[in-house]
Write a protein that binds this ligand. Sequence first.
Ligand code: IPD
Ligand code: CA
Ligand code: CA
Length: 274
Amino acid sequence: MSAIAREAGALLMQYFHQKLKIEYKGEADLVTAADRASEALIRERIAAQFPTHDVLGEEQGLNERGGDYRWYVDPLDGTTNFAHGYPVFCVSMALEHWPSQDRHAGRPGKRVAAVVYDPTRDELFAAEQGRGAQLNGSAIHVSKTGELRQSLVATGFPSHKRHKNPNIYFYHQITLRTHGVRRAGSAALDLCCVAAGRFEGFWEFNLNPWDTAAGVLIIEEAGGRVTRFDGSAFELNSRETLASNGLIHDALLHEFQEIFAGRGLEPIPDPRRS
Ligand code: IPD
Ligand code: CA
Ligand code: CA
């Protein structure tokens, strides 16, 4: 997996230095030739080595081969950054074991392995179920900060149905209760930053399985926690991702409860008044 992610990352860097045509999948949902080329390469490598595995990739969708394993591939996470020349993007790949009997019984698959590769910094995050998480081969762990007010956290805003996304209220409220909220533009890298102890937490509405599948396992293996916004178990189709170092998780859940209940829906403050 690591070799494939590195190869795809190197391909992205070749495209990154060119002026690419931007195409639109939606009003602000961008795609480039680099997204497509990276996914084609990854699919080719998987098919050659694991011909019975299913692959769900962002650009080509689901290719079912009837096997017990499924890959989740985001060939370029952070396309908007990439298209503007802002160097925050990555390749994200996860492998799930999902035997047909579980599939038919409606039981979720088990996360087995994950790799996220940031080619701009040559950082490869990897995890294997039960065997910890690494960054470039060295073990990583979530941070030990237990206070929300001493935390740096991150979020993101999906590019589709933007007018229906309530996240700006959460951004505002959580900014006031932490050291700050970063919005770097690559959910997979945000999740890895929680795993590596750079962020204490991350949340986002409406992410897709290819955005989260790798980062979630990497966080869990680094000692962190991922749930939905009410604290229930995270699943790839949850559309709600709340990740943390574990220590600030309950505090974040409490904040979400309050914001959903309407806290912060006051008139806009006047910046001219102290
Ligand atoms: C996007 C990025 C971004 C997140 C969006 C995703 P893409 O993925 O992860 O950080 O806020 O929700 O769609 O489109 O660049 O692969
Ligand atoms: Ca993505
Ligand atoms: Ca993508």
